[in-house]
Design a protein around this ligand. Structure first.
Ligand code: XMP
Length: 305
């Protein structure tokens, strides 16, 4: 990229020319790529663009609020509260791949509803250069929104950042005043907290997982992990106050990695681990135990499902 200002000017014109008088949609994931593509496209075509954020209920703590705040200037922003529909669709499903599939399908259904509603002819995507060259075997290979172009019949797809690297996207984001999103953020899987809950997804397990992930991200920031996370992995007996409880077991995991293909579990000091334990067991009456996962990848994966 030669220069951020001229890149933005050039892309704004390109998007205007591509979309013309038609309407366009973009799916916001909460990450920097889709957010930057949305801001860029909005600069070009204003409210002809509908940015769609589907609140699946599987997102990190505060994610929906952050989207609402960051894009409050877009009149056409659509935040779809689909939490109950995702929970219903997942029902009692326990198989990891089946859960991923249900989430992907439901996402497409939610997005398609809005795309039809606003009569969208164009799909804007935040695809960047590494997504295109690493389409196999890496993080984005199983990303939920990958199937959108095939499912919804668009006249065209606009990918303004298809030749940019991540650091260049961050430069553009900064220029577009998306400062809150520019800070290095850990990768977060498309199916969200669903891959951090073993077995059936319930509202209570989600509540525990969301808070525990928040605690872990906060406490382990200084270790600069590739990813730090918490998963609800089962139930075990504990004592809370004077009562024995059969409560959730939360596993904390923090790994360093270059590309997610292999990973090393990080060594965390005892005091920090104890603080995490205390915050997580204190966060919900039904959390009985916190354990720390010392397994590298391989043989484990980074996520739990
Ligand atoms: P695993 O668990 O396979 O994770 O070691 C490797 C990297 O991929 C992410 N991951 C996903 N990302 N959809 C995604 O968008 C998924 O279904 C998915 N599963 C795992 C994971 O967070 C890690 O960065």
């Amino acid at each position: 990229m030669v220069d951020v200002d001229s890149f933005i000017t050039e892309k704004v014109t390109e998007i205007e020319d591509a979309v013309g008088d038609e309407n366009a949609v973009i799916a916001l994931s909460g990450g920097v790529d889709s957010s930057t593509a949305a801001a860029l496209a909005y600069e070009a075509i204003g409210d002809q663009l509908t940015a769609v954020y589907v609140d699946t209920g599987l997102m990190r703590k505060g994610e929906t609020e952050q989207i609402r705040e960051t894009f409050s200037y877009m009149d056409s922003l659509r935040i779809v509260d689909a939490q109950e529909r995702f929970l219903d669709a997942l029902g009692e499903t326990t198989d990891p791949e089946e859960k991923r599939h249900i989430i992907g399908e439901q996402f497409i259904r939610e997005f398609e509803t809005v795309a039809k509603d606003v009569d969208a002819d164009y799909l804007v995507q935040g695809t960047i250069y590494p997504d295109r060259i690493e389409s196999e075997g890496t993080i984005k290979s199983h990303h939920n929104v990958g199937g959108l172009p095939e499912v919804v019949d668009f006249e065209g797809i606009v990918e303004p950042m298809r030749d940019l690297y991540k650091d260049e996207v961050r430069e553009v984001a900064r220029e577009l005043d998306l400062d809150a999103l520019v800070a290095e953020r850990m990768p977060f899987p498309g199916p969200g907290l669903a891959v951090r809950i073993i077995g059936e997804i319930t509202a209570e397990k989600l509540e525990v997982a969301r808070e525990a992930n928040h605690v872990v991200e906060e406490e382990l920031e200084e270790y600069e992990p590739w990813q730090a996370l918490a998963a609800v992995i089962g139930k075990a007996t504990g004592v809370k106050g004077d009562n024995r409880v059969h409560g959730w077991v939360v596993s904390v995991r923090s790994v360093e990695s270059r590309d997610g293909m292999t990973a090393r579990a990080q060594e965390i000091d005892w005091e920090t681990l104890q603080r995490i334990q205390s915050r997580i067991t204190g966060s919900h009456e039904n959390v009985a135990r916190v354990v720390y996962d010392v397994t590298h990848k391989p043989p484990a994966t980074i996520e739990y499902e």
